[in-house]
Design a protein around this ligand. Structure first.
Ligand code: SAH
Ligand code: TYD
Length: 427
C-alpha cells in the first residue's frame, strides 16, 4: 500500500495496520480486500468548524482499496452517516449555475426518454435543495425527493418539491410504494457513491420500480479519476468509485443490468448509468463501447491502482513544492471554493493557513468557519474580489470553466491560478 507522504501534517497517521487487524470486506460482495492508498487521518469533509469546535474535531483513516472479486474500488472505512448528513449539511447543489443547467437538462432527458406511462412517478435520492425535481414539480408531475439532511430538504420544499427527510433504503422504498405506487424512474445524482448499504438500496429499487422502470444515477467516474489523478474525489462521503464493471456486478446480484452509460462533463468527469430489470429494456451500444474502454484502461486490474497511488503521491508533493515556492517569493495565495474535495488535498498535503491565507466561498453556511482539519478560514467571495491575491489555488477545479470565465478581471489584473488536476501547474 502506498503510504501518505504526510508532508507537514500535524496529525501524521499510522496507516500501517497491525497484522492482527482484520482486513476490510467488500461492501458489495463481502470479499476481503487490501487498501492500495491511504491519505492518513482525515476529518469530515463538509464539517466547516467554528473555532470552539476545533478541539473536538473527528478524524478517521481515509484509505481506499480494490475488491479483487467484483472490482469495486471503495473506502476501507467510512464515518457514521449521521456525522456527514444532518440538519447542518453544508452542500447546497444550486450554488453552481452550471449544475443548475445540467440538472434541468437531466430532468428534460428523463421525461423525453423514459416516462412512457400515463401519470408517471419520479423518485429522487439525495434531492438536496430541489435542483432537479423542481423541474418535475413545476409541471405538476408526481415526484418525491428523499433527502436526509433536513436543512437542504427544507430548501427543496421551498422550491415546491415534495420531500421526505430520510435515508433511502429497502424499508423506505416499501413505504413509498404503499403510499404512491410504483416508480417509473428513480434518479440519484452524486449520492449512490455515498451509500455503503447498497444491498438494501438496490433491493428497495427492485420493490419500488415498475416492471419497465429505470434507475438513472450519476457519480464521479473511476476512469476519469485514474486518468486525471483527481485524487481529491476520494473523501469520506464517497465510499465507492464506480466503473461500468463494478456497477454491472453490483446490479447483477439483483437481476438488473446497465442499459446505458453516458459520460458527463460535470464534477470533473462523471458517468450516468441507466439500469433496468434484465431484458426489460434494450441495451444501448454505448455500454459495450465503455466496457472496451475500461479493459484498455485496466480498471479491473490491481496494477492500475498501484500506478495511480504513485501518481497521487507525486501530485501531492508537487503541489506542496509549488506552494512552498510561492511562500518563499512572498506571494499571497488564496483558495477558491471550499469544496469537500479540498479536505483531502489540504489534510493529505498539510496545507494550512500559513500557505493559504483564506478560502473564498459563496456558500453562506461555510463562511466565517474554518476548513476541516487544517483550519484555513473560509471567507465570502467579496473578500476575494475586493483584495485579489497573487495566486488563487483552484480547489473547485471541477467548476474551472465557469469560474475562469467569470474571473477574467482577476487574470487581467495579473492574478494567476494554481491548479493540480490533471497536473500541478500555474496558469
Ligand atoms: N443530488 C444532489 C446532491 C448531492 S450531495 C447533487 O447532485 O447536487 C448528496 C446528497 O445525498 C446529500 O444532500 C445527502 O444528504 C443525501 N444523502 C446521503 N445519504 C442518502 C441516502 N441514504 N438516501 C438519500 N439521500 C442521501
Ligand atoms: P463542489 O465542487 O461542487 O462540490 P464538492 O463539495 O462535492 O467537492 O463545491 C463547490 C464549492 O465551491 C461550493 O462550496 C461553492 C464554491 N463555489 C464558489 O465559491 N464560487 C463559484 O463560482 C463556484 C462555482 C463554486
Amino acid at each position: 500500500m502506498t503510504m501518505t507522504p504526510g508532508f507537514r501534517s500535524p496529525r501524521k497517521s499510522a496507516p500501517n495496520p497491525s497484522k492482527d487487524e482484520p482486513m476490510p470486506c467488500c461492501h458489495i460482495c463481502n470479499t476481503p480486500f487490501e487498501a492500495f492508498l491511504s491519505f492518513g487521518q482525515t476529518p469530515i469533509s463538509n464539517h466547516f468548524l467554528l473555532p470552539q469546535d476545533v478541539a473536538d474535531e473527528y478524524f478517521f483513516e481515509l484509505a481506499v482499496g480494490f475488491c479483487p472479486a467484483c472490482s469495486m474500488v471503495q473506502l476501507t472505512e467510512q464515518p457514521d452517516r449521521e456525522r456527514m448528513f444532518h440538519e447542518n449539511y453544508a452542500y447546497f447543489s444550486s450554488i453552481s449555475v452550471r449544475m443548475a443547467q445540467h440538472f434541468e437538462a437531466f430532468a428534460a432527458s428523463v421525461r423525453q426518454r423514459w416516462l412512457d406511462r400515463p401519470d408517471p412517478l419520479v423518485v429522487e435520492l439525495g434531492s438536496n435543495d430541489g435542483i432537479m425535481l423542481r423541474h418535475f414539480a413545476k409541471d405538476g408531475l408526481r415526484h418525491l425527493g428523499v433527502e436526509p439532511s433536513a436543512n437542504v430538504a427544507e430548501a427543496g420544499r421551498r422550491q415546491g418539491v415534495d420531500t421526505v427527510c430520510a435515508f433511502f433504503d429497502a424499508d423506505l422504498a416499501e413505504k413509498i410504494k404503499a403510499e404512491k405506487g410504483q416508480a417509473d424512474a428513480i434518479l440519484a445524482a452524486n449520492v449512490m457513491c455515498h451509500i455503503p448499504y447498497q444491498d438494501s438500496v438496490i433491493a428497495g429499487f427492485d420493490r419500488l420500480l415498475a416492471p419497465r422502470g429505470v434507475v438513472i444515477f450519476e457519480d464521479p467516474y473511476l476512469g476519469d479519476i485514474v486518468e486525471r489523478t483527481s485524487f481529491d474525489q476520494i473523501y469520506d462521503e464517497h465510499v465507492f468509485y464506480f466503473s461500468l464493471s463494478s456497477v454491472s456486478a453490483m446490479f447483477a446480484r439483483h437481476g438488473m443490468e446497465v442499459v446505458d452509460a453516458e459520460p458527463q462533463d460535470v464534477h470533473g468527469g462523471e458517468m450516468r448509468y441507466t439500469i433496468a430489470r434484465k431484458d426489460a429494456r434494450p441495451v444501448h451500444p454505448r455500454v459495450a463501447e465503455l466496457a472496451r474502454r475500461e479493459a484498455a484502461l485496466g480498471l479491473a486490474e490491481p496494477a492500475t491502482f498501484a500506478r495511480f497511488a504513485g501518481n497521487v503521491a507525486r501530485s501531492g508533493m508537487e503541489l506542496v513544492a509549488a506552494l512552498a515556492d510561492l511562500k518563499r517569493q512572498g506571494k499571497r495565495v488564496v483558495g477558491y471554493g471550499a469544496t469537500s474535495k479540498s479536505a483531502t488535498v489540504t489534510n493529505y498535503c498539510g496545507i494550512g493557513p500559513d500557505l493559504v491565507e483564506f478560502i473564498s466561498d459563496t456558500t453562506p453556511t461555510k463562511q466565517g468557519r474554518l476548513s476541516p482539519g487544517t483550519h484555513i478560514p473560509v471567507r465570502p467571495y467579496t473578500e476575494f474580489s475586493a483584495g485579489p491575491p497573487d495566486v488563487a489555488l483552484l480547489f473547485a477545479w471541477n467548476h474551472g470553466a465557469e469560474i475562469m470565465a467569470k474571473e477574467q478581471a482577476f487574470r487581467q489584473g495579473g492574478g494567476k491560478w494554481l491548479v493540480y488536476v490533471p497536473k500541478v501547474e500555474i496558469l
